[in-house]
Write a protein that binds this ligand. Structure first.
Ligand code: FES
Length: 569
């Protein structure tokens, strides 16, 4: 029996007799058939998230086997354990509501079970942030292994990939350009392999950010889910996790203000998902690091978009990887990055970008010929959003950036669904569509509903984009002039709750402003008549409703942010 506190000796169950607890645990381990030699080894936990309700994680069992192989080869004992899994399109009202639950599950299972390091296997939108939030709080040596993106395969002469093309064809269907049979056929050809969405949506953005933070092995973010290199990355992650036992680095050494800035740089340079701001804020918040939206704006103005990927460009994630992937992107950004940030390899990020690497300029542009000279995301402030809002300018129509419009208001998702296609709806292409009560505190839990559909009668008349404003989120695969994450949200009595049909609103991307042009006395009168939604009285939804924070705090729970003391390696 080892005389240190690694492996099965860690985190003994408390019976008031530690020797008995270890004896009992080992007795039960014997029933698994493990040899004594393996029982003495340090343990690498493998957080697995395969689920019948998560198609994006179809490849997880194969990855877990490869991680195990790597751990065993390096002298550790691999033990996989389940956590909840968040399949983006299978959860109601929205996966974000359950991200914090998964983060708590992950943190507590890392901290409560006997393991010395952990490999986190996840991929779909909320799973990677949840795993990193949990790992950041547990502060045990941890490596993020993503499941990798799907392939975009050809169908009738056109490459299709979830889910930018899903939305593109749905918009055509709504506009009458695709018929019922056509949309049925497309449905069967959008997501055809294992893996996460094939474009630079939330999952891919999160994968790139995890690597930029230093929490994944180099150049693994974009390896396609079905590529053999993905399995090799899993094996390497297992090996590396063993090497981190007792030495680190721990997440607290990796997730620092400077590595968070590196992650923000990468987010801007890839034209990444708006959701990533919320998730990165939540992860950083677990280490007591605040992200300023004003700082985001400064960085956005000096960080070009370098990748030509959907939803803003032409290519898919598999093309990004083949074009040089994260190695090539980080090389291009080298003068904008903090080189001294530690990574899970035990080397700094600067150490991995000492030399140029292969790059395909069709997909990853140079700094002097960027896809877009400024970053993909900007934060807006103003009388409508005193605490901020987000616009993905790289996915928006710049002709709509400086304008004033009349508000057409929907006070809930139900109201939106009921009226958006009503032929009698009083709306023109110059109006601003406003959705209320879809923010983090609302009963809907901040769904990806900010991409309000163009009213059918306008879509059929050829309108492709309008200014849309809400406290909701937007899928990373979507596009349009969509102002999101308006804070405080309407359910917290933010100014958004006070907008009425016919009010004037002004958007100025140049000035980073979003304003409600209604005088203060009238707003005070409306506020006096505002009533909150009743909150759930039991279960997780009770916990959620009473503790979720606004978007600028990452929608984490108030009691989970910050550091509550150092943890042992
Ligand atoms: Fe899972 Fe897009 S639905 S990554």
């Amino acid at each position: 029996m080892a005389d240190d506190d690694h492996g099965y000796r860690r985190n003994l169950t408390n019976y008031g007799d530690q020797r008995f607890a270890l004896y009992l645990r080992r007795s039960f381990v014997q029933s698994t058939g493990l040899s004594r030699e393996l029982m003495e080894r340090p343990i690498v936990g493998i957080a697995r998230t395969d689920s019948g309700f998560n198609n994006c994680h179809r490849g997880v069992p194969e990855l877990v086997e490869a991680v195990k192989r790597g751990v065993l080869a390096a002298g550790g004992l691999p033990l996989d354990f389940p956590t909840i899994s968040l399949g983006e399109v299978f959860l109601s009202p929205t996966s974000l509501m359950f991200r914090n639950l998964m983060a708590m599950d992950t943190e507590e299972m890392i901290g409560g079970q006997p393991m010395d390091a952990v490999v986190l296997v996840g991929g779909c939108d909320k799973t990677v942030p949840a795993q990193l939030m949990g790992a950041a709080s547990a502060d045990m040596p941890a490596i993020q292994l993503v499941t990798g993106p799907m392939l975009a395969l050809s169908f009738r002469g056109e490459r299709l990939g979830a889910c930018t093309d899903c939305r593109r064809f749905w918009a055509k269907y709504r506009a009458g350009e695709v018929d019922d049979e056509g949309i049925d056929t497309i449905e069967g050809n959008l997501a055809t392999t294992a893996g996460t969405c094939a474009v630079m949506g939330t999952a891919s953005t999160r994968a790139c950010i995890a690597e930029a933070l230093g929490m994944s092995l180099p150049n693994t973010a974009a390896i396609p889910a079905v590529h053999a290199d993905r399995i090799r990355a899993a094996e390497a992650s297992g090996r590396r996790a063993v090497a981190m036992i007792g030495k680190g680095p721990r997440p607290s050494e990796i997730i620092t203000p400077r590595s968070v800035e590196n992650a923000l740089r990468v987010l801007l340079a890839i034209g990444g998902s708006t959701n990533a701001i919320i998730h990165l804020t939540a992860i950083a918040g677990r280490r007591g690091i605040d992200i300023s939206l004003h700082r985001l704006n400064e960085m956005s103005d000096e960080t070009p978009v370098l990748v030509d990927l959907k939803p803003t460009g032409a290519y898919y994630m598999a093309d990004f990887h083949a074009a040089g992937g994260m190695d090539a992107l980080l090389w291009e950004l080298r003068d904008l990055l903090h080189h001294d940030c530690m990574t899970v390899t035990g080397e700094t990020i600067g150490a991995r970008i000492r030399e140029p690497v292969f790059v395909d300029r069709a997909v990853i542009r140079s700094r002097d010929q960027p896809f877009d000279p400024v970053g993909g995301l900007v934060a807006l402030f103003g009388s409508l959003a005193p605490d901020g809002a987000i616009l993905k300018r790289s996915a928006a129509d710049s002709r709509l950036f400086e304008r004033e419009g009349r508000a057409v208001v929907f006070d809930s998702l139900e109201d939106l669904a009921a009226r958006i296609d009503d032929p009698a709806l009083d709306v023109t292409a110059d109006d601003f569509l406003v959705l209320q009560n879809a923010g983090p505190v609302s009963p809907s839990g901040m769904p990806e509903a900010g991409y309000l559909p163009i009213p059918k009668k306008l879509a059929q008349a050829g309108v492709k984009d309008m200014v849309r404003i809400s406290d909701a989120r937007m899928s990373g695969t979507a596009y349009g002039t969509v102002v999101l994450h308006v804070s405080p949200d309407a359910a917290s009595a933010g100014p958004l709750a006070l907008v009425r049909n016919g009010d004037r609103l002004r958007l100025s991307v140049a000035q980073r402003r979003i304003d409600l042009l209604v005088d203060t006395a009238e707003l005070d009168r409306r506020r006096a008549g505002w009533r909150p939604h009743p909150k759930p009285t039991r279960g997780y939804r009770h916990l959620y409703a009473n503790h979720v924070l606004q978007a600028q705090h990452g929608c984490d729970f108030d009691f989970l942010r910050g550091v509550d003391g150092p943890k042992a390696v």
